[in-house]
Design a protein around this ligand. Sequence first.
Ligand code: HAM
Length: 443
Amino acid sequence: MITKPKGTKDIYGKEGDSWLYVSNLLDNLMKKYNYNYIRTPIFESTELFHRGVGDNTDLVQKETYDFKDRGDRNITLRPEGTAGVVRSYIENKMYGNTEQPTKYYYNGTMYRYERPQAGRYREFSQFGFELIGSDDEISDAEMISIPYNFLKMLGLNGVTVKINTLGDKESRDNYRQTLIDYFKPHIEELCEDCKNRLEKNPLRVLDCKVDNELEIMKNAPRTIDYLNESSKERYEKVKEYLNILQVEFEETPSLVRGLDYYDHTVFELFATVASKDMAIGGGGRYNGLVELLGGPATPAVGYAAGMDRVMLALEEENITVGDSKAVDVFLMYVNEDEKKYATFLAQELRMNGFVVELEYLGRSLKSQFKQADRLESKFLMILNSEDLDNNQVKIKNNKTKEEELIDLDYIVYFLDENLEDEPCECGDDCDCDGEHGCGCNHE
Ligand code: HAM
């Protein structure tokens, strides 16, 4: 038997329904924030990630899937979404668009060669938001509030938000030298990678997965103590806006994030999974990245969450989503003429917005009744040649067990009248009552 590659997952059945539900809810929420959808390639040139994410990051040094294609080009499967979105922003000259800032969200697979464990896979799904073209603190605060609100909408109550600031370039240069001076006398205690990183990029020593339990790590200087006045003021404003948006947050001076492109605000959202704190997502401001990748100097801020981890957090809190896929009508038949009509009618009803299932296995009528029960079909339509010759069909309410013979022309009207309105799956208080018409994700 050929099995799936290590670190990958099959998502199907109820889990598949839950994924779709969460994706639909996300699409719907992002419309409210006026974000557009962006889809960038799953593979990009290797250089994009070396330059964008940073040569000295664990991500680029140890975790990317790199290969040469048949044209001898260096290609990397995307390990994250930001670098690709920024590449697209520059390549498509989005900075010239009249509508600014540019706001995009994405939802797709990413690849990191990591040691697989709960919530950590080699192929995983991330959804993310990028707001490019504003340096206003309100955009930092909103960027934190979007996932915060989204996770709340899903019913996750145990989410915590940790924030910190790295400050501007001057503050970071100041901090960088302080870190080098601090770690130098302890260099022998550090792992081989960190010994090499110390001079090149000392911030990366702070998020080393090998050294993070060392005492010297716990007592390391904090970014917050090396900020210049304007960076401090900026951070205060971000917190003020977060309070206005009623986002509860914890200031966490040790938070530095693992990618090189950040400055100023950095943040992560955590949930409890298997009694441990797990990062559901993270992000921050990256004012230097557009320019670094060859575009005009443009401030930006963004966030990405791991879809797999959102699912684990939902499981942990016993929240089930997306399992309301009940069938409206099950079409039953016995002979070939009835089957032909069922084929036609199923399409007609589906095009009118109903969830329709029909018999595919040639089962006996008795087994078809059982199948309709298994599917929790609300109505059964028993197609019978005699009734059809009279332009009629027998329809049974599977809950009350009442049966009626109705005219074929009347079926859509009958179902419209008799199917109970359900709250829309978009989870929002929209007006369509699940009837697929108000522009919500139920369409
Ligand atoms: P990141 O912190 O590297 O940030 O990844 C964001 C989230 O992706 C993590 O918090 C986690 O939930 C999920 N994730 C990462 N690696 C894995 C994995 N191996 N298996 C399952 N889930 C994983 C970024 O990627 C930045 N691009 C975020 C960002 C957007 N910053 C600005 N804009």
